[in-house]
Design a protein around this ligand. Structure first.
Ligand code: HT7
Ligand code: ZN
Length: 844
């Protein structure tokens, strides 16, 4: 398969002035006619006119009204064209009902829908399918479906047709069309300049009662973007559509966002608190793309972080404003370490702006999205809030309507702030997680922090340069008072020291407050200091981090040294959980132990070979010890944090439920599931019901509830996804693979539906002790099913191959078994480009 390089970028040889498309819908033979006005591009002459096109049946093509016979290949067509503006017309036939890759135009439950990012438009018609070619689109849809939607504003409709016009020039990846017998949840929003915008969430009949929360989230997002970034919506209408079969979370198509139904549909009875929070964040994310992605888009796919990193950063700011800032930050760091650090420290490591790819779909990664957002966060910390928003204003003013690069983005910051960002730019080009080593000295009232940074080699990048690290530090005196408030240290050298003078006593440092840079902090510390910070740090993130450090140390000693659960940790946790001044959500987070994968990663960092079974057993032992150590406190927390009255998904009650349910999961180890069973029976919302069911599953006492749950919810596909995934997630490690294997025989298992496939196999690959069970059954089962899925849906298959990315961490037997499975996948005839690239990168 061909590799594409950033260094080879060249503009397209023609500009597109306008695009007219007509769709005559039919499941097996949809006709798409295009009329496109091209003109030679003065900035990008090319010898040969090439249009992308895949899996299209060309019926006819014309230039300026005269039939032409282009040379057609599986990837597109070439044609002789005039050396002047011309009109291209083509008619193609496609089969949306046969499209299981869910890219281009496809069908989901009888409804037509599209997914064009990154390169799906070429499966709809011949076109220069690249983000730097932007045009206005007029779209006519012909068919019997009740609802027919496209981008932009509606211009006409009648019996069997609808016409839409999008006045904002856009790349083809933002094109969208939906047609089906849908119903809407309508509303409206008045922008700050007084423009009335019609809002709709379109769903399948029966789902109308699950739209209200998403609509509120949309209106909050629209208001927030006006207030915080000064960005107003720019069309008369904004439509959201919920689709059951979807490869990712959602898609920001101009004026017509398409959502995986799991990321928009919500009701108290069927969605958990975590679902509500995620839905609010994804609706915000897609809406924010209207400015950061759509009005200003990417020049090429190497610049993906330009829109994704920035938009993730913006949605995190939104969630922090709507809910709790520290809780959001802690959750994001947990996620970053779990997904991005794993990627950055293994064979799939790549820069935030990659320099080559075979299949761009493989680069919608935690590095591009989450590390990309961390890079924006560091930039904001370094320049300060005022300068950040000044730079953003300049970005929007200067680049509106353009397809941009990271160079454009950084130039705006350099100009607005007068800073030289040439060293900062390494964050975009250098892969790998920097290690930040810290030592301290204390002499004559001066406390000095000595830092050393180093980044390990990553594939294709043996040598690393020092990066700019914004390190937020505070100092705490022996009596627990803060003696130096949060101060930003700007590290630019490989080794650098920072001194704090005039101190009366040796302080305890609180380093990397707010996780101010995405690094691995390496510092010798002891549990007394951790317990001190856990009690006194004014920075909530570092307070949590101190507790997590204690837990991790205790677990590491159990795993590597056979120690008993550490009473100092249990005591400190008891103190923190008893502190009623602390946010219940923060306390719930503090109660969660480092994940099995986090522990495996830490062992690997310390040159030890993780044994997933032992990690699982020791975590279980620690949780038993936690339950036995503080039964009275757990009882108290459980009862004190029951939320009376009608369920509300807001942060306050959700935090109480999180703490009560964290207590319940430990209490279940003591009471044989009595409280959990009672909660299951009385629950009037999915958060309580699912928490109780999980508790019962964890002690293998959920048989009756599991059957009742299925009977009650069998008509609700999103709830049944939970039913599938919970059983795999809570199976004992020796039974995980067999549980998954039995579930795929269930009549409701449908491998063509990515949500259902992920419910089973995502849960398998995210249960370390089960997936890595010494029998190798987990590896073999996943490989069997990835091989079955690849011919249908390469994108989802390739994404799930990442389950094998940590293979080199493990013992020789496990390594050999994983390698065998990877090679078996790699050897499959006609393997997709997506999966083939992933397998070869993982094998290295
Ligand atoms: N920009 C979108 C990324 C995306 C995608 C979404 C759905 C299906 C396939 C996709 N490929 C790429 C989603 C986002 O970041 O907002
Ligand atoms: Zn995005």
């Amino acid at each position: 398969h061909d590799t594409v390089y950033l260094a080879d970028y060249a503009p397209f040889g023609w500009t597109v002035e306008e695009v007219h498309l007509t769709f005559r819908l039919s499941p097996d033979a949809t006709r798409v006619t295009s009329r496109i006005r091209f003109a030679p591009n003065p900035e990008g002459r090319q010898d040969r006119f090439f249009l992308h096109g895949e899996q299209l049946k060309l019926i006819e093509a014309k230039i300026d009204g005269a039939p032409v016979s282009p040379e057609v290949t599986p990837r597109g067509l070439t044609c002789d064209v005039p050396d002047a503006p011309f009109t291209w017309e083509a008619e193609v036939e496609i089969a949306p009902a046969q499209n299981f890759a869910l890219e281009g135009l496809y069908m989901s439950n009888g409804m037509y829908c599209t997914q064009c990012e990154a390169e799906g438009f070429r499966k709809i018609t011949y076109y220069p399918d690249r983000p730097d070619v932007m045009s206005t689109f007029t779209v006519r849809i012909e068919g019997d479906e009740k609802v027919k939607l496209a981008n932009g504003n509606p211009v006409d409709s009648g019996a069997g047709f609808a016409e839409w016009h999008d006045p904002w020039p856009k790349p083809a990846y933002l094109f969208a069309l939906v047609a089906g017998d849908l119903v809407n949840h309508p509303d409206s929003f008045t922008t700050r300049s007084g423009k009335q915008v019609e809002l709709n969430i379109w769903v399948r009949p029966g789902d109308e009662d699950k739209c209200a929360f998403g609509m509120e989230a949309l209106k909050k997002s629209m208001k927030w973007d006006e207030e915080v970034y000064g960005r107003e919506y720019d069309l008369d209408i904004f439509n959201i559509v919920a689709v059951d079969d979807f490869n990712m979370g959602a898609m920001e198509n101009k004026g017509l966002n398409i959502f995986n139904s799991s990321c928009v549909l919500a009701s108290p009875e069927t969605s958990t608190d975590a679902n509500f929070e995620r839905i609010e964040a994804i609706i915000a994310h897609e809406y924010f793309h209207n400015w950061t992605g759509n009005r200003i888009t990417c020049r090429d796919w190497f610049q993906l972080c330009l829109k994704e990193g920035l938009t993730v950063f913006r949605d995190a700011q939104f969630t922090a404003d709507m809910r709790s800032e520290p809780v959001k930050r802690i959750g994001d760091v947990i996620d970053l370490r779990a997904r991005q650090f794993r990627e950055d420290n293994g064979p799939l490591a790549h820069p935030v702006r990659p320099e080559s790819f075979q299949e761009i779909n493989n680069f919608y990664t935690a590095t591009v999205y989450e590390k990309g957002a961390e890079v924006i966060g560091m930039l904001k910390r370094l320049v300060g809030d005022d300068e950040y928003y000044k730079a953003l204003d300049l970005y929007f003013a200067r680049h509106d309507g353009q397809a941009c690069t990271i160079e454009d983005w950084l130039a705006v910051f350099e100009e607005a702030t007068g800073r030289d960002l040439s060293q900062f730019k390494r964050w975009y080009s250098q892969a790998g997680t920097p290690r930040l080593h810290v030592t301290e000295t204390w002499e004559d009232g001066t406390f000095t922090l000595h830092f050393r940074q180093e980044t390990p080699a990553t594939p294709g990048q043996p040598e690393k340069q020092p990066q700019v690290l914004p390190i937020e530090v505070g100092l705490i005196g022996p009596n627990g008072d803060e003696v130096v408030e949060t101060t930003l240290l700007e590290m630019t050298e490989a080794e650098q020291s920072f001194a704090f003078t005039g101190l009366g006593a040796r302080p305890v440092p609180s380093i990397l407050r707010g996780f101010s840079a995405p690094v691995i902090l390496q510092r010798e510390t002891d549990n007394a200091e951790r317990a001190f910070l856990m009690a006194h740090d004014t920075d909530p993130y570092n307070r949590w981090e101190a507790g997590r450090g204690l837990a991790k140390q205790a677990l590491m000693r159990m795993i590597a040294g056979g120690a008993a659960p550490d009473e100092a940790y249990l005591g400190a946790l008891h103190t923190l959980l008893s502190d009623e001044t602390l946010d219940p959500a923060f306390r719930a987070l503090a109660m969660a132990l480092p994940s099995e994968d986090d522990l495996a990663q830490t062992l690997h960092e310390s040159s030890m070979t993780p044994d997933p079974q032992r990690i699982w057993e020791k975590r279980e032992e620690m949780r038993d010890a936690m339950a036995r150590w503080m039964p009275d406190l757990l009882e108290k927390l459980f009862h004190a944090h029951q939320v009376p009255g009608t369920y509300q998904p807001d942060a306050g009650p959700a935090a109480s439920r999180a703490l009560a349910n964290a207590a319940l999961s430990l209490l279940t180890r003591l009471d044989g599931g009595e409280k959990a069973r009672a909660q299951y029976a009385s629950a009037d919302n999915m958060t309580q019901q699912l928490a109780a069911l999980s508790c019962l599953l964890s002690i293998d006492a959920a048989k009756g509830e599991l059957a009742a749950f299925y009977d009650h919810w069998q008509a609700d596909r999103l709830v049944i996804d939970k039913w599938f995934s919970l059983q795999v997630a809570y199976a004992k490690p020796a039974e995980t693979a067999a549980t998954a294997a039995a579930l795929v025989e269930h009549p409701d298992f449908d491998m063509k539906n990515p949500n259902r496939f992920r419910a089973v196999f995502g849960a398998l690959s995210m249960s370390p002790a089960g997936f890595h069970h010494a029998s190798g059954a987990g590896y073999e089962l996943l490989a069997d099913w990835l091989l079955k899925l690849d011919p249908l849906n390469p994108q989802t298959t390739a994404r799930m191959c990442a389950a094998f990315q940590t293979w080199r961490r493990f013992d020789a037997d496990r390594q050999a078994m994983m390698k065998t499975q990877l090679e078996r996948i790699g050897a499959q005839q006609d393997l997709s480009r997506d999966t083939s690239e992933m397998v070869s990168r993982i094998l290295g």
